[in-house]
Design a protein around this ligand. Structure first.
Ligand code: MOS
Length: 751
């Protein structure tokens, strides 16, 4: 146990000591001393000045640098790795081709890592780009140069990388993952057969990769038998517990510090497989080691969004009431893990369709295990479903907004429970007003710009489960002259989404403290353990209830009323509080403590909880080049209470921009002759740039959901992306009359 660190965090040392995980707000704004604080990002100044420290910014004395060499076949057996030249290269301290560590276990299979396969533990090559050797040298240049000198001999095997490649193996999900039920309600096949108006189409979403600005990276330091990991992660406790299992040591010996993450999006949601060999090397060398997985390697040694194919069947009566829906899915996975397909959880709840059927299949391919990428199921799932709803609107001759409003529901058609709150209709009404939807002429190709460009207006709805996880918060109030300084440590990770800002704002508002007197610590196992996975848009809805409970506890301890500032003259006070999702047993905290996912939702004992969104999109298609541009988007979100308006707005913009990227740009290209992904750089993996983005009008409904938690917050980070790609595709149809049922939509699709 790192006693000295624990002591510091228990509050006996000065809080001003450099706490990597804490950001002290700087006093540069004009906060009023009482009333709701202005909304701002508490780490904005550090971010824009480059002061904010990311994990790999840690420069420890004597640090060595590690670089991996990778497999150059698509699959097969490693016969020999030739490390001689690398070992002889200047500055090289160590080359490892095998390590004796345990398998990390797949996050979705009771383990801690993004996949079950641990490179450098056997001669199996499962995918191109798999790590085969680790080079450690005195400098990054020396390690990079030496890694390039490593050669290998292989026995290659035939591969199938893409979901529809010959050799890809399809299995029914319910056969291999018994807990993954297909959502079924009523009798969809017979209701569909009897419906007077029918839609039956297939839609395709490609494999794609998140490209967060901060690369996956770790700084690893041993101090005797104690190990400290600096790594940008969404799941410090999984790194801690998973690595402990791999190395065969107690998790108590490991601390993980994830001070600020430069984007994660699901790719940093678990133990990475680059880490264990580096920990072994650092121990052997007796030096800290820094490893930054280069962009090209993150395309193969970290998770990605799998390809998915969807068949949507919709049946309606002539008035536009939807009578039946069937959503069948084939989703890519790896050969060594079954990454679950959970697409129908949402599409079965978007409307009040009482007859719903689905079958989800997994397709085993020769890739690393895919995983969660922002709105992992919901973005591709709604591209399919909300495209089909648009097709239905044309088949019925009914306005697509009116069609959606007519099929709204207050009751979850699957469980029969009410929604905890649901303002989807409000988002549609407010959005259509702001967008000017009533000016739309319905016929495809009927609207033109002054320059002759085809104008298309499209709409789509979206939702994302309002999930919650257990959390712990520790609040420390310290007298500071006539006011107080508050330090709050809470379970959560700052990935740039603004969790520190949301936490600070809640504390500031409750205690009527200025933001600069509040220090927020997250992502650090030395703070309040566990630092459970922050994902699935449950960060704010998980951290804030624990912070709220700590504030209540503080008021109780100080004998204060429910409101008002702390009167001056009180001594230092420390309180600890815990919270968990509705219906979760107390024991859920133990599961979180083991670094295992412990989230709940969307179904709770008494209600079903989702956040909702609608997007209105204008596209303009140039008549000659057919270039598609998106000059404006109106997005309106129901995320419960808005905890932090400034960062919430930023979340919406980011989600919309990514949705435009999914609609018009992104695809990880595959060449079946070689395996792996062929465009693993920011030059070749095309994402939207500034010039691609026009006006994004953000609307926030801001109605608290007190069924879900006492703060009234639901999720926000992912729902904002859901439906954007569908709205773009629907606008492209309205502009051109071309229904494109695959992503991304490129020039050749509308020529
Ligand atoms: Mo998110 S894709 O659950 O980090």
């Amino acid at each position: 146990m790192n006693v000295s660190r624990r002591k510091f965090l228990a509050g006996t040392a000065a809080v001003t000591t450099a706490a990597t995980a804490a950001v002290v707000a700087t006093p540069h704004d004009g906060d009023a001393a009482s009333g709701p604080p202005p909304s701002r990002r508490v780490d904005a100044r550090e971010k824009v000045t480059g002061d904010l420290r990311y994990a790999s910014d840690r420069l420890l004395p004597g640090t060595a640098h590690a670089v991996y060499a990778v497999a150059t076949i698509g699959k097969g057996r490693l016969l020999e790795v030739n490390t001689k030249a690398a070992e002889a290269a200047p500055g090289v301290r160590l080359v490892l081709t095998r390590v004796d560590v345990k398998p990390p276990g797949f996050l979705q299979g009771g383990g801690h890592a993004f996949q079950s396969l641990q490179p450098l533990t056997s001669d199996r090559i499962a995918y191109r780009g798999q790590h085969i050797a680790l080079v450690v040298a005195d400098s990054l240049h020396a390690a990079t140069e030496a890694a390039a000198l490593i050669t290998a001999r292989y026995e290659a095997e035939p591969i199938a990388v893409e979901i529809d490649a010959p050799g890809a193996q399809k299995v029914r999900q319910s056969d291999v993952l018994p807990t993954a039920h297909d959502v079924v309600a009523g009798n969809a096949p017979s209701a569909f057969a009897a419906a007077p108006v029918k839609i039956d189409h297939e839609y395709e979403s490609p494999q794609s990769h998140p490209v967060p600005m901060e690369l996956i990276a770790s700084v690893v330091q041993w101090d005797g038998d104690d190990l400290t990991i600096y790594e940008g992660t969404q799941n410090a406790s999984a790194v801690q517990n998973g690595l402990a299992l791999q190395l065969g040591i107690s998790p108590e010996r490991i601390e993980v510090l994830s001070p600020s993450v430069g984007g994660a999006f699901g790719q940093k949601n678990s133990l990475q497989t680059h880490l264990a060999p580096v920990a072994v090397a650092a121990r052997r060398l007796g030096r800290p080691i820094k490893v930054v997985v280069p962009r090209t390697q993150t395309f193969h040694n970290a998770s990605f969004r799998p390809a998915s194919h969807h068949r949507i069947r919709l049946g309606a009566d002539r008035s536009g009431r939807m009578l039946a829906a069937m959503h069948d899915v084939d989703q890519q996975t790896s050969r060594h893990d079954y990454f679950p397909a959970v697409y129908t959880e949402l599409t079965s709840r978007l409307y009040g369709i009482t007859n719903y059927g689905s079958q989800q299949n997994l397709v085993r391919t020769d890739v690393q295990t895919p995983g969660f990428m922002r709105a992992p199921y919901e973005s591709p799932g709604t591209f399919a479903f909300e495209s089909a709803v648009d097709e239905l609107s044309y088949a019925l001759g009914k306005d697509p907004v009116a069609l959606r409003l007519a099929n709204d529901t207050a009751v979850d058609p699957i469980s029969g429970h009410p929604f905890s709150s649901r303002y989807l209709a409000d988002t549609l009404r407010r959005g259509s007003r702001k967008f000017g939807w009533s000016e739309r002429s319905a016929a495809p190709g009927s609207m033109r710009g002054r320059d002759g460009s085809l104008i298309g207006w499209g709409v789509a709805a979206g939702a994302y489960k309002a999930a919650t996880a257990p959390a712990t918060a520790r609040l420390r109030l310290i007298p500071a002259g006539r006011t107080y300084h508050a330090t709050i440590w809470v379970d959560g990770h700052e990935m740039g989404q603004g969790i520190r800002s949301a936490v600070a704002r809640l504390v500031a508002e409750d205690l009527q403290l200025r933001l600069e007197h509040i220090e927020v610590g997250v992502g650090d196992t030395r703070g309040v353990p566990p630092q459970h996975l922050t994902a699935g848009s449950w960060g704010t809805a998980t951290a804030l209830p624990a912070v709220y409970a700590a504030l209540k506890e503080l008021r109780k301890k100080l004998g204060l009323g429910a409101k008002g500032p702390v009167p001056s003259g009180r001594g230092e006070t420390i309180v600890l509080a815990r919270s968990r999702a509705p219906g979760q047993p107390e024991a859920i905290h133990d599961r979180a403590a083991q670094g295992l996912p412990a989230g709940a939702g969307p179904e709770y004992p008494e209600f079903t909880a989702f956040s909702f969104v609608s997007h209105f999109v204008e596209v303009r298609v140039e008549p000659t080049t057919r270039r598609i541009r998106v000059p404006r988007v109106v997005s309106t979100v129901d995320c419960g209470k808005v905890a932090s308006p400034r960062t919430a707005e930023s979340q919406v913009r980011g989600g919309v921009i990514w949705g435009i990227g999914a609609a018009l740009r992104e695809r990880s290209e595959v060449d079946e002759r070689f395996g792996g992904f062929a465009n693993p750089t920011l030059e070749e993996y095309v994402v939207p740039v500034n010039a691609d983005i026009g006006r994004i009008d953000v609307g926030l409904i801001d109605k608290p959901d007190f069924n879900l938690n006492p703060v009234g917050v639901k999720g926000l980070g992912e729902v904002v992306m859901v439906g954007v790609a569908a709205a773009v595709a629907n606008a492209v149809f309205h502009a051109t009359g071309r229904r494109v049922r695959h992503l991304p939509i490129r020039l050749e699709d509308v020529l």
